[in-house]
Ligand binder design. Structure first.
Ligand code: BMA
Length: 370
């Protein structure tokens, strides 16, 4: 009897510690408390991926264009080489805030909308970035010194704020237009004001205070919610930093963020390999520790080696990062003026195929089934 009693106590303590330290994906809710069921399910899927230690392949503008083609129906360099679309598809909506018909990357918005809906239907995950123009000066997202003070102006100057919110309304309309066949909305992983630890965008570190950045995030999130947009998960997405203090310096809070993600590129081919791997591993391990405490997941939201001058980059370099850190996805940028996924005939083709055939690397069908 006494033995059973002790066993019961031990079992109880064990279960209690499990529920304390590893809440199941079912218990994790999006930052948006009114998130749609599909958005809640997308977050649950990301947590399942995290728990299972798998990583989805991601590619920006994957089905829009590639090396040697533009605008073909449902073509994809990833699919041509690896047999399936990427698990995560990234899209860019810069210039939608202006009311333009096409993006800053010259893609018509109806085509982006079509491909997001199609990706979702096939079971893939969609993520969106937004290189919006400066609402104070009308200059591009990329910083000029004259853009200093833009975030302050959005927060404090009624006219600039009204212009920013008018642009944001167009973003809201776009997200609210992404409908599944049953009329519910496609869930999106939104990555606003990314790479703000650098100073190349007008929302960057050099041009506003931490509190101003956080207030811009809040203003944006609250305005979108007030417009009825509830199909978003929010990714906090700094560029590579020296330490996690800098990473979290402008963090809007765990109640406003669903994922900790990192943009970190491999530059300089062989010469830059160690720096890239060491920095990405260190940062992602730091993020994992914090993510585990705060019930978040981590991702490598932008990465790649432009032009793939190292033929076995995927199996020999990227794998070093992924094997040590297991982000839920990595995403390489668009195949336009450069490329970080191979295309048929390119030298890294067989390496990429070998890489994607690993059990813990997911393409679209794998993501669908998880
Ligand atoms: C950058 C470049 C630009 C592009 C921008 C937004 O990294 O690829 O050409 O306009 O991303 O997609």
């Amino acid at each position: 009897m006494k033995k059973n009693f002790i066993l019961l106590i031990l079992l109880g303590a064990f279960c209690w510690s499990c529920s304390e330290s590893t809440p199941t994906h079912k218990s994790v809710m999006p930052a948006d408390k009114d998130a749609t069921p599909a958005t809640v399910e997308l977050l649950a899927k990301l947590h399942r991926m995290y728990e299972q230690g798998v990583t989805a392949v991601g590619h920006q503008d994957d089905t829009l264009y590639g090396i040697g083609w533009w605008g073909d129906e449902d073509r994809s360099d990833v699919k041509s080489v690896a047999g399936d679309y990427p698990g995560v598809s990234g899209w860019e909506i810069g210039h939608i805030e202006l009311g333009d018909d096409y993006s800053l990357d010259s893609v018509y918005f109806p085509r982006i909308k079509r491909d997001i809906i199609l990706t979702d239907k096939r079971g893939g995950i969609n993520t969106v970035s937004w290189h919006l123009r400066n609402p104070m000066t009308d200059a591009s997202a990329w910083n000029r010194d004259s853009t200093k003070g833009t975030v302050t102006a959005i927060l404090e100057d009624d006219l600039v704020q009204a212009k920013y919110l008018k642009g944001l309304d167009r973003v809201c309309d776009f997200f609210l237009s992404l409908k599944r066949e049953d009329g519910t909305l496609v869930p999106i992983l939104f990555r606003p004001f990314h790479e703000h630890t650098g100073d190349w965008f007008w929302w960057g570190r050099a041009w506003c205070t931490p509190q101003e950045y956080i207030n811009l995030w809040k203003l944006t999130q609250e305005h979108m919610a007030s417009r009825g947009v509830h199909n978003l998960l929010f990714a906090y997405s700094p560029d590579k930093t020296d330490n996690s203090q800098m990473y979290f310096e402008r963090f809007p809070g765990n109640d406003r963020v669903d994922m900790y993600t990192l943009d970190a590129y491999h530059r300089g081919a062989e010469a830059g390999e160690k720096e890239y791997v060491d920095n990405a591993v260190k940062t992602l391990l730091d993020l994992r520790e914090k993510a585990d405490k705060n019930h978040k997941v981590i991702a490598l939201s932008e990465t790649g080696l432009g032009g793939l001058p190292m033929v076995n980059w995927y199996t020999e370099v990227l794998n070093q990062v992924l094997d040590q850190t297991r982000p839920v996805y990595f995403l390489v940028w668009r195949s336009f003026h450069s490329f970080s996924v191979p295309y048929p005939g390119q030298a890294s083709e067989s390496d990429f195929l070998k890489f994607t055939q690993q059990d813990n690397i997911l393409l679209q069908k794998d993501v669908k089934n998880i």
